[in-house]
Design a protein around this ligand. Structure first.
Ligand SMILES: NC(=O)c1ccc[n+]([C@@H]2O[C@H](COP(=O)([O-])OP(=O)(O)OC[C@H]3O[C@@H](n4cnc5c(N)ncnc54)[C@H](O)[C@@H]3O)[C@@H](O)[C@H]2O)c1
Length: 257
C-alpha cells in the first residue's frame, strides 16, 4: 500500500457525535475528505442536516441525524440510520460533550444536578454510542472508536476534568473489551483549542489560561484543524496497531513518561 493510502478512509462509514459543534464540524469534513461517508449527528436534526448538506454540496458523502447521546435508544436509532444509509459503521468519534455550558462553580459547591448532567453526557454518552455501534463494527471485521477527552483530564479541572479522566479510563476498558473483535479504541486529548467554546470555558484574559500558556513548551494554542492528523491516524489503516491509548495534541501541555 502506498504510504499516503494508509491514511485513506475510502469505503468507510464514520459517525461523529457533536458533529455540528466547533471541533465536530472540522472532524466531519476531515473524515469525509479522507473518503468516508459521514453521519453528522447533533442534538438538533435540522442543524445536523445542514452541516451534512454543506459536505454533500462539496461532493462528499454525508447525512445528518438527530441524537441525544444520554438516551440509549436514541443512540441505537442513530446507529440504525447509519447502517440504513451506508450499509454499516467503521468509525465512531465520541466528540459530543458539555464543556462551555458548565457553570464556573467550584466543584465543592457544584449542584449535584450538574454533576450528574456532565457525567451523563461526557461519559455515559460515549458508552451508549460505543455499545450502539459495536455489532456493526464487529460484523465488518472491526472498527475504530475515538474518544475526545481533554488536557483538562490531567490537571485539576473540576467536574469537566473529572468526566474527561473518566472517559480516559473508559477508553482503556473498551479497548480491552472490544480489541478481540478488531475494534481499536483510543482517545485524543486536545490542549487549548482556539475556538469559541474553548475561549468561553477559559476566557483569553483568565489568569489560569495565562498560567497554562506560559507552561506549554510547544505551540500554545491551535485551531481544531491541528487535531485532524491524530484523528486520521487513529481512524485509518495507518493506526491499526494503536489501541487503548490517549494521544495528547497540545504542544506538550501534558507529558506522560
Ligand atoms: N474547545 C476546546 O478548547 C476543547 C479542548 C479540549 C477538548 N475539547 C473537547 O472537544 C469536543 C468538542 O468540543 P467543541 O469545542 O467542538 O465544543 P462544542 O460545544 O462546539 O461541541 C460539543 C457538541 O456536543 C453536543 N452535545 C452536547 N450534549 C449532547 C447530547 N446529550 N447529545 C448529543 N450531542 C450533544 C453539542 O450539541 C455540541 O455540538 C468536546 O468533547 C470537548 O470536551 C474541546
Amino acid at each position: 500500500m502506498h504510504t499516503l493510502d494508509r491514511f485513506r478512509l475510502d469505503d468507510k462509514v464514520a459517525i461523529v457525535t457533536g458533529g455540528c459543534g466547533a471541533i465536530g464540524q472540522v472532524f466531519a469534513r476531515a473524515l469525509a475528505e479522507a473518503g468516508a461517508a459521514v453521519v453528522v449527528t447533533g442534538t438538533n436534526g435540522d442543524t445536523a442536516e445542514g452541516v451534512a448538506d454543506a459536505l454533500v454540496k462539496d461532493g462528499l458523502r454525508a447525512i445528518g441525524v438527530q441524537v441525544d447521546i444520554t438516551d440509549r435508544e436514541s443512540t441505537e436509532a442513530m446507529a440504525a440510520r447509519a447502517v440504513d444509509a451506508f450499509g454499516g459503521i467503521d468509525i465512531l468519534v465520541n466528540n459530543a460533550a458539555l464543556m462551555s455550558e458548565i457553570p464556573r462553580i467550584d466543584l465543592l459547591d457544584l449542584p449535584s444536578e450538574w454533576f450528574d448532567k456532565v457525567m451523563r453526557v461526557n461519559v455515559l454518552g460515549a458508552v451508549h454510542c460505543s455499545a450502539a455501534v459495536k455489532a456493526s463494527m464487529a460484523g465488518r471485521g472491526g472498527g475504530r472508536i475515538i474518544n475526545v477527552v481533554s488536557a483538562g483530564a490531567f490537571q485539576p479541572g473540576g467536574i469537566y476534568g473529572a468526566s474527561k479522566l473518566a472517559l480516559v479510563s473508559v477508553t482503556a476498558t473498551l479497548a480491552q473489551r472490544l480489541g478481540p473483535q478488531g475494534i481499536n479504541v483510543n482517545a485524543i486529548a486536545p490542549g487549548l483549542v482556539d475556538n469559541e467554546p474553548g475561549m468561553k470555558s477559559l476566557p483569553a484574559d483568565h489568569p489560569v489560561r495565562a498560567a497554562f500558556v506560559s507552561a506549554i513548551p510547544g505551540k500554545k494554542q491551535a485551531p481544531a484543524d491541528d487535531l485532524v492528523g491524530a484523528l486520521l491516524l487513529l481512524s485509518s489503516p495507518a493506526g491499526s496497531w494503536i489501541n487503548g491509548q490517549t494521544i495528547s495534541v497540545d504542544g506538550g501541555f501534558v507529558m506522560r513518561l
